[in-house]
Design a protein around this ligand. Structure first.
Ligand code: 5AD
Ligand code: SF4
Length: 434
């Protein structure tokens, strides 16, 4: 038998790409590849790319440029581009970087073995279709290797919302949900292999319709799996937070009290221009209902500053919405025009204005994060331990609220869920004692 070929995958962007990279590695496992952590040993390099924000394609081209010496030293090395930049740029990638052998869009990963063989034979391999068949039905089932205590599981892909700034509906296509039975069997398989927490992924995961009871129905079924202790999901649109899902937050003990619910802006004028289809007031009412169901829930969000047309008054509305809600943590971005999206046609806010707003907004979010963390001091949380920390004798895990918690202890193993008293709050984590 020949020695296994080595596969190096570099993953950018969202958790969905992390999941996809795992599945691509499994696909190519069937072609005799094992994963390596160093590009220098690889027989194949795959960049799993993200297109959500600025200069994504340029970064991919410059990263590719860095692989040129490797390709020159080892002409058999195959270089591929996957993910959303592959979808958006297609054949243009090979035109600009002729050393690229393979380009594959996110909906065609089940065709990777074929594409790899084509690339090996010296041809250029390109597939950026939106095929009829579901890629997950055709992806090889995961090999039965043991796993760490947490896993991602993609249940939904694509988005029909068409927010005016966002490329996702173009790169990932229309909303598609995987049937609940498939998700359930993959979840059972993960649990058999040691997983205790599953995060359900989708670009608009709360629009999931692969179960007659929607995402809430799927979560209730998952909660019946013995050995699965924690369920999370990300990322969601406010308009798809239905009554059943809100109720599940109060009723399903395994559903963790953490919710990422992006609002993007607190100004009704901007929300309308963004095509978000709800007002700031509706978002605030929605959060009230979620908090009524699960009072201790920790909220997270996404914000964009400097969307075309955003005035100082609009920005002040965003700041005051953040004050009203109180986030445990959040992500914030300067608006960047994405080619092909409606907002890209509009006049941009000046860069220095965007910078100043971003700073101000991040200072507020950091303060809120700090307050929420400090409020944990002295409290007992339950930590799912994941791995050793950087210091000897230290273990790191996550609380119900997704806070990273460090504990100095012997005798705790990855996968244990134990009560921990919080004794210190650091900039991005907590420290505790068993
Ligand atoms: N500019 C800035 N931020 C963006 N996001 C999506 N598209 C853009 C864009 N063009 C942000 C949104 C989204 C998150 C994943 O990325 O806040 O919720
Ligand atoms: Fe993009 Fe999310 Fe809006 Fe869909 S809901 S278009 S993924 S920002």
């Amino acid at each position: 038998m020949s020695a296994p070929k080595k596969l190096f995958i570099k993953t950018y962007g969202c958790q969905m790409n992390v999941y996809d990279s795992e599945r691509m590695a499994e696909q190519l496992g069937g072609e005799g590849y094992v994963r390596t952590e160093t590009a220098e040993d690889a027989d194949m390099i795959l960049l799993n790319t993200c297109h959500i924000r600025e200069k994504a394609a340029e970064k991919v081209y410059s990263e590719l440029g860095r692989f040129r010496p490797l390709k020159e030293a080892k002409p058999d090395l195959k270089i591929g581009v996957a993910g959303c930049v592959a979808q958006a740029e297609g054949a243009e990638i090979m035109a600009r970087q002729p050393m690229v052998d393979l380009v594959v869009g996110p909906q065609s990963y089940h065709r990777l073995p074929e594409l790899e063989r084509k690339a090996r034979s010296g041809e250029k391999a390109l597939d950026t279709d939106f095929p009829e068949e579901d890629k997950f039905d055709h992806l090889a089932s995961r090999p039965k290797a043991a796993r760490g205590p947490t896993a991602f599981l993609t249940v939904q892909e694509g988005c029909d919302k068409f927010c005016a700034f966002c490329v996702v509906p173009y790169t990932r296509g229309a909303e598609v949900s995987r049937p609940a039975e498939r998700v359930m069997s993959e979840a059972r398989d993960l649990v058999e292999r040691g997983v205790r927490e599953i995060t359900l992924l989708g670009q608009n995961v709360n629009a999931y319709h692969g179960h007659e009871g929607g995402l809430a129905g799927l979560i209730r079924d998952l909660a019946e799996i013995d050995g699965l202790e924690r369920i999370r999901f990300t990322t969601s649109h406010p308009n798809d937070m239905d009554d059943a899902l809100i109720a599940a937050h109060g009723e399903v003990g395994k559903l963790m009290p953490y919710l990422h619910l992006p609002v993007q802006s607190g100004s009704d004028r901007i929300l309308k221009a963004m095509n978000r289809k709800h007002t700031a007031e509706q978002y605030v009412r929605l959060i009230e209902r979620i908090r009524a169901a699960r009072p201790d829930i920790l909220l997270s969000g996404d914000f964009i500053v400097g969307f075309p047309g955003e005035t100082d008054a609009d920005f002040a509305d965003t700041m005051s919405l953040i004050e009203t809600i109180g986030y445990g943590q959040a992500y914030s971005f300067k608006y960047s025009a994405r080619p092909g999206t409606p907002a890209a046609e509009r006049e941009e806010v000046a860069e220095d204005v965007k910078d100043a707003r971003l700073q101000e907004l991040q200072a507020l979010l950091t303060r809120q994060q700090r307050e929420v963390q400090d409020a944990m001091l002295g409290r007992e949380v339950r930590v799912l331990f994941e791995k050793p920390g950087r210091l000897p004798g230290q273990m790191v895990g996550k609380s119900e609220y997704l806070h990273a918690v460090h504990v100095h202890t012997d005798g705790v193993s990855a996968g244990d869920i134990l009560p921990v008293r919080i004794v210190a709050s650091n900039s991005n984590s907590l420290a505790g004692e068993i």
